[in-house]
Design a protein around this ligand. Structure first.
Ligand SMILES: [Zn+2]
Length: 149
């Protein structure tokens, strides 16, 4: 019985992984959507130039550094002084969403103790700091700049 369960789990995982790759492929191929710019870290205006100075890293001093202008379309990424303060709101939203998802998975699905689930939330939030920093900034600029081919 245990073996069947294991094989079932494995097949579900393989299927989920396959469909995730397929969905990502469809989304990533569509230039002109905001998701393309967000997931690939590209300029929100031309979707060609890089938005961040460095590729994804866990180094907190490098991970959220943004280029001054786009290398293709010359869009100024700092639209106005202190433009990225607004990304704090996006970051807050991402943090709350992460907390809820982690709590639901740990407490309601895995049924661990309340303290353990809070510790899990804390660890997940720490681990997702680099992702959160990048995602909030690129989401914020995508709210104001649209794609111009
Ligand atoms: Zn550009």
């Amino acid at each position: 019985m245990k073996q069947y369960y294991f094989i079932f789990n494995l097949s579900i995982f393989a299927l989920a992984n396959h469909s995730r790759k397929f969905i990502l492929k469809i989304i990533m191929l569509k230039k002109g959507t905001k998701i393309y710019s967000v997931l690939r870290g590209k300029c929100p205006s031309c979707h060609k130039g890089d938005f961040f100075k460095h590729s994804f890293t866990m180094n907190l001093f490098k991970v959220n550094k943004i280029k001054k202008t786009c290398s293709y379309c010359d869009l100024k990424y700092m639209i106005e002084p202190a433009f990225y303060f607004g990304a704090l709101y996006v970051s807050y939203g991402i943090t709350v969403a992460l907390c809820i998802v982690t709590f639901v998975i740990s407490k309601l699905m895995l049924n661990v103790a309340l303290l353990t689930s809070f510790i899990t939330i804390f660890v997940v939030l720490i681990l997702f700091i680099p992702v959160n920093l990048r995602l909030s900034r690129i989401l914020w600029i995508n709210m104001f700049v649209s794609y111009k081919p």
